[in-house]
Ligand binder design. Structure first.
Ligand SMILES: C[S@@+](CC[C@H](N)C(=O)[O-])C[C@H]1O[C@@H](n2cnc3c(N)ncnc32)[C@H](O)[C@@H]1O
Length: 335
């Protein structure tokens, strides 16, 4: 029931954009080298689990022409747009596949799986994560973007009100979102006023509002939920980044640094406080508690984590190795 209602939502509102002529999301191609040393490697197979309209997928496929990409997506409308995008940009290293986690069988394993904004819409996130883990290669990496329970608390209440008032209405309910005066701003996700560097057009604003307020299934999570959810799924899990009205800093829980001076924003736990005593105290906490402090102070709306199997941690940046929440003993703190 919930799964088909979710599917209906994305048939009417393919995410992130119904426009195959709209710009690709190229930023992820620039971000991955901050996570995986050197970025995606030639010859890898990469899965975008829940690729939507493929604006990120095709952007990545262009950035990494020697990587083979598979986009899995249950919405027909979204897959059509993704295929148009691939044609329009002449990308030949992408397959768009009809299917849904955790029901679809893919007889392949992937060196890198990313799933952005999807697991929290599954009726059973644990089953979804198990499926993703089952599709990782021996040294595979899993990158997920999830809603954060702290920063999303108000929107969850707004969503509840929309769904209550729209329950017996005709149509999809966007009129109720408008009547209540709600409209999602990308500022809340650290992307001030812009998507792919371009302001949302009306059709995209409708998509983002439907995604935000009409979604039948939403689970919000915390970093602290991941060790249990990924127990037995991957061998380690690490924090990567938080997203919120304050921006979208990369986390550096162990102070490994390593970003160029003009590079993207890096957040160390002590940056949360001006008080010297608090700066010292947070240094005494373990990584999970440092993340609790980050969540409680910054109230992020979204967060990103990386997890992996086998020797995959060796492929990651020093920053990620210093951000471990669970994993190989002795690797949690990098000097
Ligand atoms: C918020 S959108 C994110 C799309 C894309 N990942 C992005 O970041 O632009 C969620 C996507 O997950 C897809 N989805 C929903 N249930 C799914 C499932 N069980 N398996 C795979 N994808 C699913 C939806 O159709 C939708 O395209």
């Amino acid at each position: 029931m919930a799964a088909s209602a979710t599917r209906r939502l994305y048939e009417s509102f393919p995410f992130p954009s119904p426009g195959a002529d709209r710009p690709l999301i190229d930023v992820v191609g620039n971000e991955l080298p901050l996570v995986v040393e050197g970025g995606l490697r030639d010859g890898w197979s990469v899965l975008d689990a829940g690729c939507g309209t493929g604006h990120t997928l095709i952007g990545l496929a262009r950035a990494y022409p020697h990587v083979h990409f598979v986009g899995l997506e249950p919405s027909d409308a979204s897959r059509d747009i993704a295929r148009h995008l691939a044609e329009r940009h002449g990308t030949t290293n992408v397959e768009i596949v009809d299917g849904a986690i955790p029901d679809t069988v893919i007889e392949r394993r992937f060196e890198f799986i990313y799933s952005y904004g999807v697991v929290h819409h599954l009726p059973d996130p644990q089953a979804g994560l198990n499926w993703l883990g089952d599709h990782l290669a021996e040294d595979g990496l899993l990158h997920v973007w999830l809603y954060n329970a702290i920063g999303e608390a108000q929107r969850m209440r707004d969503r509840e009100l929309v769904r209550l008032m729209a329950a017996h209405a005709d149509g999809h309910g966007l009129d109720v979102v408008r009547a209540l005066g709600f409209s999602l701003s990308l500022d809340a996700y650290g992307m001030p006023g812009a998507w792919a560097g371009t302001a949302l057009d009306q059709a995209e604003q409708d998509v983002f509002d439907a995604d935000a307020y009409l979604n039948p299934v939403v689970h919000t999570l915390r970093f602290g939920d991941l060790p249990e959810l990924l127990d037995g799924v991957t061998d380690w899990v690490a924090a990567d980044r938080v997203y919120g009205p304050h921006g979208a800093p990369y986390l550096d829980l162990s102070g490994t640094g390593g970003f160029p001076a003009q590079g993207p924003e890096l957040l160390r736990p002590e940056d949360l406080f001006d008080d010297p005593g608090l700066r010292t105290r947070i240094g005494d906490l373990g990584n999970l508690d440092r993340l609790r402090a980050v969540e409680l102070v910054l109230r992020p709306t979204g967060f990103r984590a990386l997890a992996g199997r086998g020797g995959s941690l060796n492929r990651c940046s020093r920053r990620i190795a210093g951000n471990l929440l669970t994993g190989p003993a002795g690797r949690a703190q990098v000097p």
